[in-house]
Design a protein around this ligand. Structure first.
Ligand code: CA
Length: 371
């Protein structure tokens, strides 16, 4: 069996006046008619990754055996490394890898988690990841949104303070007031996490982190700029709350730097680095270092499903999986999408990823990326 062709396209989601980013998808076909689906990180619609697939990767991949996906991944990463190992290239390789695992599952008639050696559990608790809680949102609105997300029965809630990353330590009193109010709303025992999205200096992060410790928060995510690896480690080592980072790290070597600096919870993202093959390597790395791996995942369809297969196969799954703010992107163009029931996501025993495009619905919002 050989890879025969690769479709690259964006999907523009239906929305009500809100400019959702486009998603970046691939569909890989084999010469005997099987296909697999994959997703790249959708930064700016994923155009950079899809362009690399069209211009550079497709010619190398076509004709290869889809079961050689790890060899293909490493060969292409090294061949095109000067396009940038961080970001666009690793997102492109992630999309191809996920699609090839989907094909492999269909070839063997098994769900991907079986091909990974089996699932520790197929019912996965999740945490509700709630973005946009900065100064632009009132404290009351933050509480109303948290209340609404609690209806889905998450195992934990993470409040994110998304920001432009060009100012540090802005609005710390506002952030702390919201962290306190959310704690009061959910009670002392409900697990909470706080995502700074790189918004603080080292001193600011220590101040916020100590307040979060007093409030009993579970983890403190990306307190300082992601590229200040030593500072991230310093904050992690000086606080007792778990400090996490790694959603903007694209290589296993980069994750090692974070771990060596002192970070004890890493958050690589399956659509940003290496796909299923890449995330498995991250899991081995975390396991070997005694570090928690709690993968970042904010894409609601293919990325989420691929991430769940790896999470299900992970022994030390110390924290629930991420479920981002619900959007229209969970509807419409797939035959089934991951959606929780009674507080958990349930993996099926369908082959491969266990989901596929609804061809008619997808074609209406599909935008070709042909180079
Ligand atoms: Ca984050």
């Amino acid at each position: 069996m050989k890879i025969d062709r690769i479709e690259t396209f964006q999907v523009e989601w239906p929305h009500e006046g809100v400019p959702y980013p486009r998603s970046a998808f691939v569909r890989v076909w084999t010469d005997d008619g099987l296909h697999g689906i994959g997703e790249a990180s959708p930064m700016r619609g994923g155009l950079a990754s899809l362009g690399m697939i069209v211009h550079d990767i497709a010619a190398e991949a076509i004709g290869c055996d889809p079961l050689d996906h790890a060899v293909l991944h490493d060969r292409l990463l090294h061949k095109f490394v000067k396009l940038g190992p961080d970001g666009a290239l690793t997102g492109a390789l992630a999309a191809i890898d996920i699609a090839l695992w989907d094909i492999k599952g269909k070839m063997f008639g098994q769900p991907i988690y079986k091909l990974l050696g089996g699932a520790w559990k197929t019912a996965l608790p999740f945490y509700a990841s709630i973005g946009g809680n900065g100064i632009e949102r009132s404290l009351d609105d933050v509480l109303r949104i948290v209340e609404r997300r609690l209806e889905d029965k998450p195992a934990a809630i993470k409040i994110r303070f998304d920001n432009g990353r060009v100012k540090l330590d802005d609005d710390i009193p506002d952030h702390l007031a919201k962290a306190r109010a959310v704690r009061k709303l959910v009670g002392d025992d409900f697990p909470l996490a706080f995502d700074a999205n790189n918004g603080y200096s080292t001193g600011g992060a220590l101040r916020v982190g100590r307040a979060l410790e007093d409030l009993g928060y579970w983890w403190f995510e990306e307190p300082v700029q992601h590229y200040h690896v030593k500072a991230m480690g310093e904050v992690a080592q000086k606080l007792s709350i778990t400090v996490s980072a790694g959603e903007q790290t694209y290589t296993t070597a980069g994750l090692v730097e974070l771990i060596e600096a002192g970070v004890r919870m890493i958050q690589p993202d399956i659509v940003k680095m290496g796909g299923i093959t890449g995330l498995l390597r991250c899991a081995a790395l975390a396991q070997a270092h005694g570090v928690e791996l709690v993968s970042h995942q904010t894409q609601p369809t293919i990325g989420h499903m691929a991430n769940m297969h790896v999470a299900a196969a992970q022994m030390h799954a110390t924290k629930p999986i991420e479920w981002n703010d619900p959007t229209d992107r969970t509807h419409g163009i797939f035959d089934r999408v991951p959606f929780p029931a009674d507080g958990k996501f349930h993996l099926s025993d369908r082959p491969g990823l266990g989901m596929d495009f609804d061809e008619a619905a997808m074609s209406e919002c599909r935008i070709e990326v042909a180079g």
